[in-house]
Write a protein that binds this ligand. Structure first.
Ligand code: FPP
Length: 230
């Protein structure tokens, strides 16, 4: 329920944690959990579309995730490539403007150019889907400060920094949802999280469905956001 004092929810971000444990509970390899993780991602994205959210952000692969076994990294990249290929095939019906958060230089030419084509071809869509891929919050800040310093800016403002972040096109972040039971933000959207509400659930990501998202949103609307005021 939207209360009079609560501004509507515009931008939600997800830390999709728990795929590995979900698979292990079923006696399956971790990659199996990621496969179902993609299914949950697609279902949640459709629900966000129905809810009319202006921007949604998903933490798909961090700058630290390269430390995982090669087999698992390869499996995640394969799932990502498959999803991006599907998006490209249906690009005309695709409802979101896709933005990739993170340094694309880590990827080979084929993946990088597909990412760039998707960004270019969806520029006219109103709502934003951010996919954080090879993303780290500290890395994003370093990238932004370098950009501002190379542009020769001396008196740097908050809006200069916000405009140099990967999320420059997105509205302010309202809510971060983390599945999988851990109570931390793991180098995700460090600048953008300044006034975001945090919601943690023990539900593992592949089990996170629209009912769970509705519950998180209902809780968001019970919070009093004071933005440092009283
Ligand atoms: C965290 O769970 C999950 C990841 C590091 C990968 C998430 C990736 C996907 C869901 C695929 C993304 C693909 C698209 C198309 C968006 P974990 O492996 O750390 O789980 P655990 O904490 O149980 O080990």
């Amino acid at each position: 329920m939207v209360t009079a004092e609560q501004a509507p929810l515009r931008h939600v971000a997800f830390i999709m944690d728990g795929n590995g444990r979900w698979a292990k509970k079923r006696g399956m390899p971790r990659e199996y959990g990621h496969r179902f993780g993609v299914k949950a991602f697609q279902d949640i994205l459709s629900h966000c579309d129905r809810l009319g959210l202006e921007a949604v952000t998903f933490y798909a692969f961090s700058t630290e995730n390269w430390k995982r076994p090669k087999k698992e990294v390869d499996a995640i990249m394969k799932l990502m490539d498959r999803y991006l290929a599907e998006c490209e095939k249906k690009i005309d019906e695709y409802r979101f403007r896709i933005c990739f958060l993170g340094d694309k230089a880590a990827f080979d030419e084929k993946r990088r150019s597909r990412m760039e084509r998707l960004e270019q071809h969806t520029l006219d869509r109103q709502r934003i889907l951010n996919i954080a891929l090879n993303y780290g919050g500290r890395d994003e800040l370093v990238h932004a400060f370098r950009q501002l310093s190379e542009a020769g800016l001396k008196q740097i403002t908050e809006s200069d920094i916000a405009g140099a972040l990967y999320t420059a096109a997105s509205p302010e972040l309202d809510l971060i949802i983390r599945t999988g039971g851990d109570l931390r933000i793991s180098n995700f959207l460090l600048w953008q999280a300044a006034y975001a509400e945090l919601y943690f659930t023990d539900v593992l990501w592949p089990d996170f469905g629209k009912e769970q998202l509705d519950a998180a949103i209902a809780e968001f609307y019970t919070r009093k956001r004071r933005f440092g005021g009283v």
